[in-house]
Write a protein that binds this ligand. Structure first.
Ligand code: UTP
Length: 277
């Protein structure tokens, strides 16, 4: 059974400067909820109720968000505003939260290895909160079913326009059906010419503990960073790694375009719900 989910949140978020100068990118809100809350909700929906964060400097607001603020709660108790805290209050009670720090930004692979102290020797989910996903069924719940069937590492993928592949890790391999491909090749940030396909890895993974040893022997790659894609490429030669084309929609909230798109989407949903009510 998988109960832990790792949230690497140590990145600088330079694309959102100056907004991210003194606050984490993951605390930027889509309407009234910060990105990281959507991520923790998705994990909790899948039963991954032990949230493990790999944080860095300037990230204390995340730990504060998942904690009770007694003065505020006391102030708004009994007023119409009390409801506004209900969803985060429920999440605080439902999940446990633990934190460790990545001291140098050496890449996502390094951030995941830093999380080993919180994860231990068990399979776990990984959610990059800046990829905000929506679907009738949560993406992590869908991936858990894939893990339960194949008992191997699972990466979520989606088709992207070929001219955008250089933003992603890109996979190819043996396609089993419309949604499942056994990974043979993985390339981090390829040019359109180098890309083995247009199937891009998005910020959702289920990893087995074998990944820690594999990351430790993965040399730095693109941008001098230890890339999780490179580690998974090594692992894919030794054991099965499954790519899963998820059902739903992803917003790249690490980019301004994706962030605005997500805001518009959630705003429209909110208005439709209000009109229907
Ligand atoms: P990004 O590539 O989006 O980098 O990282 P970033 O620093 O967050 O944002 P920009 O590009 O400067 O605007 C993808 C994810 O991996 C985490 C980030 O927090 C983000 O969730 N990450 C990346 C780490 O935790 N540590 C790292 O060393 C690198």
């Amino acid at each position: 059974m998988i109960v832990k989910c790792l949230f690497p949140v140590a990145g600088y978020g330079t694309r959102f400067l100056p907004a991210t100068k003194a606050q984490p990118k993951e605390m930027l809100p889509i309407l009234t909820k910060p990105l990281i809350q959507y991520g923790v909700e998705e994990a909790a929906e899948a039963g991954l109720t032990q949230a493990c964060f790999v944080t860095g400097r300037n990230k204390r607001a995340i730990a504060d968000h998942f904690d009770v603020v007694y003065e505020l709660e006391d102030q708004i108790k009994g007023t119409s505003r009390e409801d506004r805290l209900a969803c985060i209050r429920g999440l605080i009670d439902e999940c446990s939260y633990s934190y460790t720090r990545q001291t140098q930004m050496r890449g996502l692979g390094d951030a995941i290895l830093t999380g080993k102290i919180l994860i231990g020797d068990e399979p776990f989910g990984v959610i990059l909160a800046d990829d905000l996903c929506v679907g009738d069924e949560g993406i992590m719940s869908q991936m858990l079913k894939v893990y339960e069937k194949y008992k191997c590492c699972v990466v979520a993928v989606e088709e992207v326009p070929i001219e955008e592949v250089s933003k992603y890790g890109v996979i190819s391999g043996k396609q089993l059906d419309e949604r499942h491909t056994i990974v043979e090749t993985m390339v981090e940030k390829p040019t359109p010419d180098e890309a083995p396909s247009n199937l891009a890895i998005i910020g959702r993974y289920i990893l087995t503990p074998a990944i820690f040893d594999t990351i430790a022997r993965t040399p730095p790659g693109v941008n001098g960073e230890v890339q999780i894609t490179d580690a998974l490429q090594i692992l894919a030669k030794e054991q099965m790694v499954m790519a899963y084309r998820f059902k739903g929609k992803r917003f790249d909230c690490g980019s301004i375009d994706g962030f605005v798109e997500a805001t518009n989407y959630f705003y429209t949903q909110m208005k439709q719900a209000e009109e229907g009510a």
